[in-house]
Write a protein that binds this ligand. Structure first.
Ligand SMILES: [Zn+2]
Length: 176
């Protein structure tokens, strides 16, 4: 049973979505090998983190990616919540919510609950990077709500440069 921490789980959700980066035009899966996936989990959730059913974690990630891309409906995430319960407990500061989940299912369930909380608090602020050659996601925390790149220093500048280059080519073609 774990205490749920919304901001931490939000970061975890984003990190999970970003485990399939595109490197040199190839989509890579950082969780493809069990040993790599376990190391990745320990880095993010700590040594004491509950062991995760890695197959379920990968499946939940794939579905979450499709839901964010609007290629699947949220109901397809149901599998990640089977037998999962949230229990309130009193603490010195009030009610704390704990997640009660069968062995191996806690981590994917937390990712789905974090996705849901994000949807409710900041609708559609979780999105895919606008660079078509990039397969990463971002949580838009800008005031204007129009952040488009996973990272300004990589994708943002690259896409701006490409647009600039595209304009130069168009000018050349027009004889300018
Ligand atoms: Zn990107």
């Amino acid at each position: 049973m774990v205490t749920m921490e919304a901001p931490a789980d939000e970061e975890f959700l984003l990190a999970l979505l970003n485990t399939t980066p595109t490197v040199n035009g190839q989509r890579r899966d950082l969780l493809a090998e069990d040993a790599d996936a376990r190391r990745w989990l320990v880095e993010r959730l700590g040594e004491a983190s509950a062991p995760a059913d890695l197959g379920r974690l990968r499946g939940t990630r794939d579905t979450l990616q499709r839901v964010v891309a609007q290629e699947a409906g949220p109901e397809e995430l149901e599998d990640a919540l089977v037998e999962v319960a949230r229990r309130p407990r009193m603490s010195g500061s009030g009610v704390e919510w704990h997640l009660d989940a069968p062995p191996g299912t806690e981590v994917p369930a937390r990712a789905v609950l974090a996705w849901d909380a994000l949807q409710r608090s900041a609708r559609s602020r979780l999105r895919r990077c606008a660079n078509p050659d990039c397969s990463l996601y971002l949580i838009d925390r800008s005031k204007s709500g129009n952040a488009r790149w996973c990272s300004m220093t990589t994708c943002g500048n690259r896409m701006k440069a490409r647009r600039h280059y595209g304009r130069l080519k168009a000018d050349e073609a027009a004889g300018g």
